[in-house]
Design a protein around this ligand. Structure first.
Ligand code: ADP
Ligand code: MG
Length: 343
């Protein structure tokens, strides 16, 4: 987490130094706000405004809208008077749960993404992901006794990951998990998807970054100056692997350096290949650039699991671009990615 925080802070420095004077009215300045209250990560919001006060009010409004999504999609905490995904999980095999329309909307998208990604991203895999989550948090608390999840438990959990048992009733606005052992975990999509929903109606000229899920709602200023976004080096190197020009797009990276723990000297990260039930081993990091931040988030996780050929086929279906980095530090690019590179 700290590593990621550092990386994002560096991004901000870059964004500040990349701040153009042209295109803003004389009174306007570039401002930043940051929050630690959303999606268990750091959120940054940047943009031009006439005053610090005006900017902070705008940033607070965006924060408050994101907070609604944070609570709806949270699988670890209850909120008074709110049915969220934890409520849905807790009621698995018991009863349908009345939910906000945004939960229905997200889950329908996840179902579409499940098919689109050839099952590489399955948010109904929560029971498998929970075993890894628990082993990781225990292992981080007590590194000497860090252990892998039990293999038989993983195999048993994998029997309870079918979308046939996620019953979405749009008319009654309910979700029912008809398999008592199935759990939802939308960690692979929630941040990007929520940012997209908020960005859609946010003012143009903002850069939102929620845990490195970056989304520009338009160019930086009236002259159309693009934002500059850095891609973190998984080895913590500086400068970035690349910096990109971004105007009306999302940039999302999935990496093995973001959340992980160590067992017997080996690193186990948080993106699980549904085929093996173990951390996906092909890539160190995958960065996606496309118009929709929700799609970018899904694709970054999907391409992290898939082969380059499978990933490229997915990019062509979705009009997205990608950069992959492998274990030897080699970088590969989809054909259109190079046009986005600044350095
Ligand atoms: P991050 O959220 O750290 O930016 P990702 O977007 O790649 O990274 O999402 C990783 C999260 O998604 C994991 O913490 C886990 O909750 C969930 N996840 C991991 N592997 C999968 C998978 N194959 N399908 C669906 N969800 C996954
Ligand atoms: Mg993702």
């Amino acid at each position: 987490m700290l590593h990621k925080l550092t990386a994002v802070l560096l991004s901000l420095v870059l964004l500040l130094t990349g701040c153009a004077a042209a295109g803003k009215s004389p009174a306007q300045k570039q401002y930043q706000a940051s929050f630690l209250t959303l999606f268990d990560t750091v959120t940054y919001i940047s943009g031009l405004a006439d005053s610090e006060e005006a900017f902070q009010a705008q940033a607070q409004e965006i924060h408050d809208r994101l907070l609604v999504y944070h609570q709806l999609f949270d699988i670890y905490h209850d909120y008074e008077g709110l049915n969220n995904l934890k409520t849905v999980n807790d009621q698995a095999g018991i009863a349908p749960v009345k939910v906000d329309g945004e939960i229905i909307r997200l889950l329908k998208d996840c179902r579409t993404y499940y098919d689109l990604t050839d099952h590489a991203v399955n948010v109904a895999m929560g029971s498998v992901l929970a075993l890894w989550h628990d082993a990781r948090t225990d292992g981080m608390d007590d590194p000497v006794n860090a252990a892998l999840p039990d293999e038989n438990a993983l195999k048993e959990a994998a029997l309870h990951t079918s979308w046939d048992n996620v019953v979405i009733d749009e008319e009654n606005a309910t979700v029912y998990l008809s398999d008592p052992k199935l759990r939802l975990d939308v960690g692979a999509v929630a941040k990007g998807w929520s940012v997209q929903r908020v960005a859609k109606t946010a003012p143009s000229g903002l850069l939102l970054s929620v845990g490195g899920n970056v989304c520009a709602t338009g160019p930086k200023d009236a002259d159309g100056t693009p934002w500059i976004v850095g891609i973190t080096d998984p080895d913590g190197g500086d400068p970035y692997l690349h910096t990109l020009y971004v105007t009306n797009q999302a940039v999302v990276t999935s990496g093995d350096y973001q959340r992980y723990y160590v067992v017997d000297g080996k690193v186990y990260h948080h993106i699980i290949d549904p085929g093996t039930l173990y951390p996906a081993a092909r890539w160190r990091s995958v960065t996606i650039v496309c118009r929709d931040s929700g799609l970018a988030d899904i694709l970054s996780t999907a391409l992290f699991v898939l082969s380059r050929e499978e990933g490229q086929a997915l990019l062509e279906k979705t009009e997205a671009e990608a950069m992959w980095m492998d274990g030897q530090g080699n970088c590969y690019y989809s054909p259109g990615f190079r046009e986005l590179i600044r350095t």
